[in-house]
Design a protein around this ligand. Structure first.
Ligand code: BDR
Ligand code: CA
Length: 322
């Protein structure tokens, strides 16, 4: 229940191993009021995303949070899953049970509109997936922006990409949708690969989570074990990446993320830069602006540094809490 001390949030996800880590955290964090979860094709097909999302929310004991099915493919591009990272079922092939519940009988855009406008206080939207649902929402029901506090999205990169040398998966999957998001006219924080890739839980902590009696805590451990990053300096098991969960940590505890307001533009042209988030970190305008005038580009709070230890501790304390 939302009160003055909690932040009303909605997560739009493509669950997804690290989306699942994000959901577990959002359900368990006492400062967050998870009001709805919407699903979009990304890491796996949208029906798989709905199934995985319901399973995770049930494991976390969040039975009454409404879940809705959204877009089955990007606005223009064909769907291209990330099953090589997230397993055939999109959830690391952990053999999780099928959910007992079902999605809402409305589509994701309808649920987003309903929950945003019904919230007693402005909602923080946390997309951790391709931005198709969010773009459709903004174009279909632009009035929702009046009750959106801000959008903190996992996507993009100021530096190196992952889907391509320069493009991050969520933006690359649906670049047009990302471009629509960036010009939404509400405050936007980009939790991109520059900070995303740094957030790793030591192998010793993952072992501890996997040995817990609480099923949701154990699930977090199993999911982290599916996301090995670097060898653990303290032992044999590798560390596990928190991925999308870091974006939710940044909502619960904004002081751990260092951002700068920068112009960001998504490259939409065909070719090797398609899907790149071009982040303008120059100290002064260049010849392009001098000769051609300034194009309209979105000003975004770009995450450039993160207090890894602070967020890892926050995550472990939160998911370890029954
Ligand atoms: C993003 O892509 C997906 O595979 C992850 O869930 C994350 O949202 C990282 O590029
Ligand atoms: Ca994701």
């Amino acid at each position: 229940m939302s009160d003055r001390t909690t932040i009303p949030v909605i997560i739009d996800c493509d669950t997804g191993v690290d989306d699942a880590l994000a959901l577990l955290f959002a359900v368990r964090h006492p400062g967050l009021d998870l009001r709805a979860v919407t699903c979009v094709a990304g890491n796996t097909d949208v029906d798989g995303v709905v199934r995985n999302t319901l399973t995770v929310l049930e494991a976390a004991g969040a039975g009454d949070v409404p879940v809705a099915r959204g877009a089955e493919r990007p606005l223009i591009e064909p769907p291209r899953s990330a099953r090589h990272v997230h397993g055939a079922d999109g959830m690391g092939d952990l053999g999780l049970p099928a959910p007992a519940g079902s999605p809402a009988d409305v589509d994701a855009v309808t649920l987003l509109r309903r929950e945003i406008l019904a919230s007693p206080r402005p909602v923080t939207l946390i997309p951790t997936a391709p931005l198709t649902n969010i773009a459709l929402l903004l174009r279909t029901h632009p009035e929702v922006t009046r009750n959106i506090e801000r959008i903190v999205f996992m996507g993009g990169a100021a530096g190196v990409g992952n889907a391509t040398p320069v493009a991050e998966f969520n933006v690359w999957h649906d670049p047009e949708a990302a471009a629509i998001l960036l010009t939404a006219g509400v405050p936007i924080t980009m939790y991109g690969l520059d900070v995303f890739t740094r957030m790793a839980v030591p192998g010793s902590e993952i072992r501890r989570l996997r040995a817990a009696t609480d099923p949701a805590t154990r699930l977090a451990g199993d999911l982290l074990a599916h996301r090995p990053t670097a060898p653990d300096p303290d032992g044999d098991d590798p560390a596990g990446g928190l991925g999308d969960a870091g974006a939710v940590c940044a909502v619960a505890d904004p002081a751990g993320l260092t951002t700068r307001p920068l112009h960001v533009e998504v490259s939409l042209a065909p070719g090797p830069a398609r899907g790149q988030t071009v982040v303008d970190r120059r100290l002064r305008p260049g010849e392009s602006e001098i000769h051609e005038g300034v194009r309209e580009r979105a000003l975004v709070d770009v995450g450039l540094d993160v207090d890894v230890q602070r967020y890892v501790t926050l995550y472990l304390e939160t998911v370890g809490r029954p």
